[in-house]
Ligand binder design. Structure first.
Ligand SMILES: Nc1ncnc2c1ncn2[C@@H]1O[C@H](COP(=O)(O)OP(=O)(O)OP(=O)(O)O)[C@@H](O)[C@H]1O
Length: 342
């Protein structure tokens, strides 16, 4: 559906002012997917999302939507394609001198749609976002969450296939964020719209995205399904993002306890089906090893149970090796942790 193929973006012309904001981005988003791109400030998120609808023109590479390379289109063809790409913004970008109805109607007026069609479509969309009773209000009379709902209604006016969300909830409080995310999920479910969102908030990724890519210095350093990336982050930056919501930092007193103990310490991660079996007690019953849980948590990610434990194992080294294999055979991830890495 949406494919970014080796996209580069360089700002500035002369050497001193050149900024290479994107360094060969490859991204593939399937139809109906909610795909999140997360990164710190300056990582290249805004540039990336703006390259999808060519608000920024990539310096090189391809942006393909349903197989059509946007960079190869004439101005007129691009205008047509852009109708299929809606966008919402952190600061909503509403016209303050226009009513809510007029704001949502704007893309349809610009597209030359008949009055009756516009009236019906805007009414339908405002009802969809729960603001039908606010049609004649002005943006300044609405809360942030309501303004973003107007932004979503406006973005849907031209029946887009893709919705781009640029830090859409970053200006909202947690409970408003939740309700806007629920609405975006409803947009995907009812209109089969593919959603690409950029954010610096990992809770947004956890709550709504199917897949996630982590961007740093204009490079995608890691991507995959949310459950895989959250449970097995491969890079330091991803780990630091995951830690913002799944805090697996080991408290100081527990670090000291582990250091004082003999035996080896392992991080045991299990998810989905492997949480249903009594993994530790089965291991203890089958092998001559002492298991001591020092620290950990069991939580849920996207409806899937997920556990992350720090366990000390004492016993004969061959027996420990067999015990670890036993756990791995039951889909657990078992990694030795050195004291320094705690
Ligand atoms: N118009 C521009 N001209 C020159 N450099 C730019 C321009 N826009 C962005 N940059 C630079 O490109 C890099 C990526 O910026 P970008 O805004 O895409 O990052 P970001 O991840 O969205 O950050 P933030 O969350 O702070 O907006 C930064 O180094 C930034 O300074």
């Amino acid at each position: 559906m949406l494919l970014l193929d080796n996209v580069h973006k360089v700002y500035g012309k002369n050497k001193e002012k050149k900024v290479e904001a994107l360094k060969g981005i490859n991204l593939s988003v399937n139809k109906g997917e909610i795909f999140g791109v997360v990164g710190f400030s300056g990582a290249g998120k805004s540039t990336l999302i703006r390259c999808v609808n060519l608000l920024e023109r990539p310096t090189s590479g391809k942006v393909l939507i349903n197989g059509v390379d946007l960079l190869s289109l004439s101005k007129k063809e691009l205008r047509q394609q852009r109708k299929k790409i809606g966008m919402i913004f952190q600061q909503y970008n509403l016209l303050h001198s226009k009513t809510i109805f007029q704001n949502v109607a704007m893309p349809l007026i610009l597209d030359g749609k008949p009055k009756q069609y516009i009236k019906e479509k805007v009414t339908e969309l405002l009802s969809f976002v729960g603001l039908e009773d606010r049609m004649s209000h002005y943006p300044e009379q609405l809360s942030g969450g309501q303004k973003q709902r107007v932004g979503i209604a406006r973005a849907l006016a031209t029946d887009p296939d893709i919705l781009l969300c640029d830090e859409a909830t970053s200006a909202l409080d947690p409970s408003t964020t939740e309700s806007v995310l629920d609405l975006l999920r409803k947009v995907r479910d009812e209109f089969e719209v593919t959603i690409l969102m950029i954010t610096h908030e990992m809770n947004v990724i956890r709550d709504i995205c199917d897949k996630v890519a982590v961007i740093e210095g204009g490079v995608i350093v890691e991507q995959g399904s949310v459950i895989d990336v959250f449970t097995e982050p491969k890079t330091g930056i991803t780990r630091s993002f995951v830690r913002t919501i799944l805090n697996d930092d080991t408290p100081h007193s527990i670090k000291e306890l582990i250091k004082a103990n003999s035996g080896k310490t392992y991080r045991i991660i299990f998810k989905g089906n492997s949480t249903n079996i009594p993994l530790l007690s089965d291991t203890a019953k089958n092998f001559s090893v002492d298991l001591n849980v020092f620290h950990g948590m069991i939580t849920e990610l996207q409806g899937i149970p997920f556990g992350n434990l720090l366990v000390n194992m004492n016993g004969d080294s061959e027996e420990i090796t067999r015990a670890i294999q036993f756990m791995k055979d039951r889909e657990a991830i078992v990694k030795e942790v050195t004291h320094d890495a705690l």
